[in-house]
Design a protein around this ligand. Structure first.
Ligand code: SAM
Length: 282
């Protein structure tokens, strides 16, 4: 990145520096960046280098290689955290009408049912699940529903634990739901009520890292939506392997509407549930 960071427009990474950076991001996150994302990456690392007091890209790449904290800052800076409440709500309807009834068929009242939102970004998806079930599933109190939210991005996880949301994130929620589950603090921000904040557990997990995935245990349902679009075929296969391991036999996997397990892992069976498409572990 040439001689230094001035705080204005970022200086260009050499082709070699860019390729080292992309290789590191792919290894650490599964996400694919390349020449097309050059400007995006250059802007983000310029800010990080300034904060770290590092003037040249070579030294910065060395710091990334040796310092996990510096790597985490980079990961937090390059992730795309776009999310909102009740996103793709057909799958929430499938959850309450078809998926959970199928899962509890051979459970007893009081048994645990585990649901994983991975990646959860700022928590909108986990709280959406909690609210949706409270509003739409009559048996919600009959079972011990455990909702876990995980993401690779520690900054997004901190925001998820705080549970404060702006108008845009809440725009798909009916006003009655906003009134029941959020406290108004400012005109443009509401915080999810304490009961709900405490009902969801948040932990860091990396979908391409087997160890961090195994640490979360096994789940009956996993929502892994709008993450695999950032991966290449190889990354998707690694993720699918870890998702398969993380599901109980017969467990369900929900992907984003433009994502698919077809051609990635034949051990998942496509199931149409009303308007929603989900996958089931053999
Ligand atoms: C676009 S958001 C999707 C959030 C939510 N699932 C939704 O659909 O609204 C993508 C999230 O994936 C996370 N992410 C990226 N790479 C990851 C990885 N290897 N493991 C876990 N999370 C990752 C990012 O930090 C980001 O929060």
């Amino acid at each position: 990145m040439g001689a230094g960071v001035t705080g204005g427009a970022p200086e260009a990474l050499t082709i070699e520096e860019l390729s080292q950076l992309c290789a590191l991001l792919r290894r650490c996150t599964g996400m694919i960046f390349g020449e097309k994302k050059r400007y995006y990456l250059e802007r983000r690392i310029a800010a990080l280098m300034k904060t770290a007091g590092i003037a040249d890209a070579g030294t910065y790449l060395l710091a990334l290689a040796n310092d996990p904290a510096e790597r985490q800052k980079l990961i937090n800076a390059v992730t795309v955290n776009e999310t909102y409440f009740y996103r793709e709500d057909r799958q929430f309807a499938a959850l309450s009408e078809r998926i959970l009834p199928a899962i509890v068929q051979d459970r007893r009242p009081g048994d645990r049912v585990r649901i994983w939102s991975l990646p959860c970004s700022t928590g909108d998806e986990c709280y959406s699940i909690a609210i949706w079930l409270l509003e739409n599933w009559a048996l919600v109190d009959a079972y011990l529903i455990e909702i876990v939210g995980s993401d690779i991005d520690t900054r997004a996880l901190a925001a998820a634990r705080e549970g404060r949301y702006g108008t845009r994130a809440l725009s798909h929620l009916p006003e009655s739901v906003r009134a029941a589950y959020f406290e108004s603090e400012h005109r443009h921000e509401r915080q999810i009520i304490q009961d709900l904040r405490e009902s969801v557990g948040f932990t860091q997990a990396n979908i391409v890292d087997r160890q961090s995935m195994r640490a979360a245990g096994r789940f009956d349902v996993i929502l892994c939506r709008n993450l695999l679009i950032y991966f290449d075929e190889e990354g998707r296969r690694a993720a699918a392997e870890n998702l398969y391991d993380a599901l109980n036999p017969g467990g369900f996997l929900c992907l984003g509407h433009s994502e698919s397990m077809a051609r990635i892992d034949p051990r998942f069976t496509l199931v149409r549930l009303g308007d929603a498409i989900v996958y089931r572990r053999d």
